[in-house]
Design a protein. Structure first.
Length: 446
């Protein structure tokens, strides 16, 4: 099948590469000319495991191409995917500017039937707005052409995006026309072989399903962070509690890891957008407001622990930071807890020496030129002369370091473990002062 995809970001590129991998002819479109030029040279603008090989293979086979040319994009295929960003607006609602811009781009150029498939995360009712936009533009052109707008939200996780797309838990298709559902069944058949995971529903339910999934996962995390804070006060270890409840299959082990808060381009923005949707619908989303509030507070927990350890005197201190990306296996730093921590440390007059296995270029783009940030090529180098180590992202590389070497490089053996990677008793035995998240009274072992 021929497919056009607007948006060469995480979702667009992964969708395009995977669809091309199974034989489709994909044209990728972006308004960012530099991004398109890089992709044409074979350079990926994002880090995502396995994606570079897929794109290179598809490009060599002539099954994927990149353009900024809207005429070419609309002419290329009947199936037109929207995978552009939907960043938060000032009031927390999703900004649909880019989505509606693509709708207009298509409507201004289409000369026959088009199936517009929205993959961006958008509030309930957006498919109707896209439909309305296309209809208005066609009317202004004096044309009456057949088209459909459907919802096909994406559930991939960064860092495992290719795997998630290739082996989806479910494929949600929100549409009202059987021929549109049939087109999606055909397109997704290679990813849907052994078990039928394609669920067809009405567009509004599909749009809400996406927010419901992210909000439920965010709720699990904030729930655990709430309990971690309680565990600290009552002298319990949240890691034991986690294993204790995860063993109940009704609860499960997934997404109950406490930590220094959830980040990324989606949970924070999608929870806020859903709260906004509820407000607009006259409903007070109390659980969601709590989920968001608990997370905002949790992202400051590491800073509070560091500040309290140093008696509030952080000016002139240096903190080593392991992990800048919002989670492992990505270079994405959007809403990353590392940023909340670094910005709070800088505001308090402290300096940061940081290392991340892949997000160094992104950190340089965001914070390059600051004299209170040193980006170190190696995790051990980040420790040199630092007053303490804070671990923010659970990269494998940080799980089992040579603690003797860590101790030798730090000015004082103090670790703030924002992901509960280490065993407090072991670190105490090695002579470290250890702070985790929710690990007993004061979450401290010394
Ligand atoms: N990042 C993720 O893990 C996931 C994201 N989503 C959703 O998918 C959507 C896209 O997210 P990302 O891929 O992360 O965004 P991104 O920010 O990585 O990429 C978006 C791309 O769209 C391009 N763009 C903007 N306007 C355009 C236009 N008019 N025509 C063509 N290209 C245009 C931008 O230049 C950019 O390259 C969002 O709604 C997001 O919430 C859904 C599931 C997972
Ligand atoms: O809509 C989206 O964009 C995507 O959002 C999330 O994916 P992603 O943000 O890439 O990453 P996650 O693995 O979900 O992690 C999100 C944040 O939660 C944190 N987290 C995750 C799990 C956990 O137990 N505890 C925890 O603090 C992570 O550290 C990270 O900061 C969802 O998992 C995807 O299904 C969804 O498609």
């Amino acid at each position: 099948m021929r497919v056009t995809i607007y948006g060469c970001g995480y979702v667009g590129l992964v969708t395009g590469a995977c669809l091309a991998h199974v034989g489709n002819r994909v044209l990728m479109v972006d308004v960012d000319a530099e991004r398109v030029a890089r992709l044409r040279r074979g350079e990926l603008p994002i880090y995502e495991p396995g994606l570079d090989d897929l794109v290179a293979e598809a490009a060599a086979g002539g099954r994927i191409a990149f353009t900024t040319d809207a005429d070419e994009a609309v002419a290329h295929a009947e199936v037109q995917f929207i995978a552009v960003g939907t960043p938060p607006d000032e009031d927390g609602s999703a900004d649909l500017r880019h989505v509606l811009e693509v709708a207009r781009t298509i409507a201004e150029r289409m000369d026959g039937y088009r199936l517009i498939v929205n993959k961006s995360t958008v509030p309930v009712g957006t498919a109707d707005r896209v439909r309305e936009t296309v209809r208005e533009v066609l009317a202004a052109r004096g044309l009456e052409l057949d088209f459909d707008v459907i919802s096909n939200p994406e559930f991939l996780k960064e860092g495992a995006a290719v795997e998630d797309f290739m082996k989806p838990d479910r494929i949600i298709v929100g549409c009202e026309r059987e021929d549109s559902a049939e087109r999606m069944r055909e397109l997704y058949a290679p990813f849907n072989r052994n078990h039928d995971r394609l669920l067809v529903m009405d567009t509004r339910s599909a749009e809400l399903t996406k927010y419901a999934a992210n909000a439920m996962l965010a709720t699990k995390i904030s729930f655990m962070n709430e309990l971690a804070n309680l565990a600290e006060r009552v002298g319990a270890d949240i890691e034991r509690v986690r294993v204790g409840i995860g063993s109940d299959p009704r609860i499960g082990y997934h997404f109950i890891y406490p930590g220094c808060g959830y980040g990324g381009s989606c949970f924070p923005k999608d929870v806020k957008a859903l709260i906004r949707t509820a407000e607009e619908a006259g409903h007070d989303a109390r659980i969601l407001r709590a989920v968001d509030g608990v997370n905002e507070r949790q992202k400051r927990r590491l800073f509070e622990k560091i500040r309290d350890h140093f008696g509030g005197r952080l000016a002139g201190r240096t903190l080593a930071l392991w992990g800048l990306a919002f989670k492992p296996n990505t270079d994405d730093m959007r809403e990353a807890p590392s940023r909340t921590l670094m910005e709070a440390l800088w505001a308090a007059g402290a300096r940061v020496r940081a290392h991340d296995p892949v997000a160094m270029a992104e950190a340089r783009r965001l914070y390059g030129g600051r004299d209170d940030l040193v980006l170190c090529a190696d995790p051990m180098e980040a420790l040199e002369g630092a007053d303490a180590l804070a671990v923010v992202t659970e990269w494998h590389l940080f799980r089992s370091p040579d603690f003797d070497a860590v101790k030798a490089r730090l000015r004082r053996p103090v670790i703030f473990d924002g992901r509960n990677l280490y065993d407090p008793a072991r670190l105490a035995a090695l002579g470290f002062t250890y702070y985790g998240i929710g690990r007993g009274t004061g979450a401290r072992s010394a």
